[in-house]
Design a protein around this ligand. Structure first.
Ligand SMILES: Nc1ncnc2c1ncn2[C@@H]1O[C@H](COP(=O)(O)OP(=O)(O)OP(=O)(O)O)[C@@H](O)[C@H]1O
Length: 339
């Protein structure tokens, strides 16, 4: 063994949020994966929540960006700095010890080059050594599914950049799909709907708020609406409009159905014995996207399967990544094609 102790970390390095889990302490850090820095000196001005508040509001010499895109590292240097900051913050809250072993979750469709970039960034951020676990596998462990048993479990993890669908049995992924359609794509669909129908330009944060407050999969039951502000593309001036939940559902339709399609395709490739287990146990939704109103209902209608939302959908991957440290040998020795 490698002396895995209470201070080792599990990191859900997400497109939207980064979570750090410490064994015995749970999720100790939960911050947006955003970094703000000076454009000329590249000096970091803010990370996490503070940086997210700056998105779309920075002066010319500062930019706030998300170094992860579609679930993978788009900006290597900034990601490494962000991880270093988060690891330090987590340690400040829990006390310093020796350098930690770190397990990081990665999308199941990641290439070998991208996986190496994640490990290198983790080591550069101060890890003694780094291991990776596929996101849907971590999500299933975090959702307390019986992943090590000879029974089929199905998890659909809908994050910011990627939706991961996987069937798991006996400690391995039997079949999976990873699509780069998830929460961010929903926000973009809302932005484009409002631009097309109202000639109004809104920011990413406004779109996300609309999605969380009145967004739904399928047609909403109530008649919710909300006032939103943006810039009129004709006059160039600020303007307020009212948008209904029904319009937002229309805007989200294609994204929601892309996710449903991925679920169906995975089910089609599932061996019959495992499909029967899933029929009994149900499909489990994790990730922030699982919180989109009625998504569980629509997936259930479209697949004729029971669908459940995990208890803490936003924390599942981080919890599972951390818990996977208990079985570090499995992750160290497993050949790539069995992972
Ligand atoms: N109540 C809600 N309704 C709809 N979407 C939500 C809600 N709460 C959070 N989300 C969305 O969930 C997404 C973030 O989820 P999560 O933190 O699981 O992703 P991530 O792990 O950072 O991303 P990825 O797995 O793609 O790397 C964001 O797109 C966010 O807008």
């Amino acid at each position: 063994m490698f002396g895995i102790g209470a201070k080792d970390l599990g990191i859900d390095l997400g497109t939207a949020n980064t979570l750090v889990y410490i064994k015995g302490k749970g999720v100790v850090l939960r911050e947006p994966s955003v970094v703000a820095f000076q454009t000329d000196t590249k000096q970091i001005v803010a990370v996490g929540n503070d940086a997210k508040n700056m998105i779309g509001r920075t002066p010319g010499n500062v930019i706030a960006l998300r170094p992860m895109k579609d679930g993978v590292i788009a900006d290597y240097e900034t990601t490494a700095k962000m991880m270093k900051y988060f690891i330090n913050q987590a340690y400040k809250k829990t006390g310093f010890g020796r350098k930690p072993y770190v397990m990081v979750c990665v999308p199941s469709g990641i290439t070998a080059v991208e996986e190496r970039a994640v490990k290198d960034a983790t080591r550069q951020a101060g890890a003694r050594d780094a291991y990776t676990i596929e996101e849907p596998f971590a999500a299933a462990i975090g959702a307390d599914l019986p992943v090590w048993e000879p029974t089929g479990s199905m998890v659909v993890d809908i994050g910011g950049g990627t939706t991961e669908v996987a069937i798991i049995s006996l400690g391995g992924i039997v079949t999976s799909q990873s699509i780069r359609v998830a929460g961010d794509e929903m926000d973009e669909a809302i932005i484009s709907y409002i631009r097309k129908n109202y000639n109004l330009m809104i920011g990413d944060r406004t779109a996300e708020t609309i999605k969380m407050e009145i967004g739904s999969a399928g047609m909403p039951e109530g008649i919710d609406s909300m006032e939103i502000r943006g810039r009129d593309l004709v006059t160039g001036l600020p303007k307020t409009i009212e948008i209904t939940a029904e319009e937002v559902a229309k805007a989200l339709h294609d994204t929601v159905y892309a996710i449903i399609e991925a679920v169906k395709m995975t089910l089609e490739k599932t061996p019959p014995e495992l499909a029967a287990d899933i029929m009994d146990r149900g499909i489990v939704l994790t990730g922030g996207g699982a919180l989109l109103r009625n998504l569980d209902k629509v997936i259930s209608e479209e697949t004729n399967m029971p669908v459940l939302i995990a208890e803490n959908p936003l924390d599942c991957v981080a919890i599972g990544t951390g818990k996977a440290l208990d079985n570090i040998d499995v992750f160290k020795n497993r050949p790539k094609d069995l992972r």
